[in-house]
Design a protein around this ligand. Structure first.
Ligand code: PRP
Length: 186
């Protein structure tokens, strides 16, 4: 059940057109890099990556197996070693090229944990594609091989990202601005 949300509005940050253009560029780059691979598995991290993932894989020309992984943190925030697997992939990745597709890298703990797991399982290569890089919030050092946009330390929603399960369906990315913030706090 969605939580009660504080009154807020969403200020557009990245338009659907900008996202579409950037996704096309990323797909072209990925196509180039994997042109000799016959064993690419693109793994989307649910739920946040679902819109980005679906737009990205549709633009790939190289053969690709699609699969999904889902995590959640145990507590309020993401902490090292506290990532819970809610849904594992169906595909064996031993000897295959894995491309992990994320909506956002925030602290970095989620992708760091998943990437290490996939390496442990014997993937031939493991790379990361993320639409958004909230680099100022980073705690775990993770290189992003294919990055859509670097953003500031804002609370962003839309294009898969949520606030209390709301706003995931928006075709653009926006910043949540709370309406009960006193003028002096801005
Ligand atoms: C969000 C987001 C990333 C992760 C990033 O997922 O989609 O997977 O947090 O955070 P981190 O870099 O600090 O680890 P969330 O667990 O909120 O689930 P959701 O994708 O279903 O919204």
């Amino acid at each position: 059940m969605p939580q009660a949300l504080r009154p807020h509005h969403v200020r557009p940050l990245l338009s659907a057109e900008r996202i579409r253009a950037r996704v096309a560029e990323l797909a072209a780059e990925i196509d180039r890099d994997y042109r000799d691979s016959d064993a690419l598995v693109a793994i989307g991290v649910l739920k946040g990556a679902v819109l980005f993932y679906s737009d990205l894989v549709q633009r790939l020309s190289v053969p690709v197996i699609v699969d999904f992984f889902q995590t959640s943190s145990y507590g309020a925030g993401t902490v090292a070693g506290e990532i819970r697997i809610k849904r594992d992939i169906d595909t064996s990745i031993r000897g295959r090229d894995v491309l992990l597709v994320e909506d956002i890298v925030d602290t970095g703990w989620t992708v760091r944990t998943i990437l290490e797991l996939f390496r442990f399982r014997g993937a031939r290569s493991v790379k990361l594609c993320a639409l958004l890089d909230k680099h100022e919030a980073r705690e775990a050092d993770v290189p992003i091989d294919y990055c859509g946009f670097k953003i500031g330390n804002d609370f962003v929603v839309g294009y898969g990202l949520d606030y209390g399960e709301h706003h995931r369906h928006l075709p653009y990315v926006g910043v949540v601005e709370f309406e009960d913030v006193a003028e002096g706090d801005r």
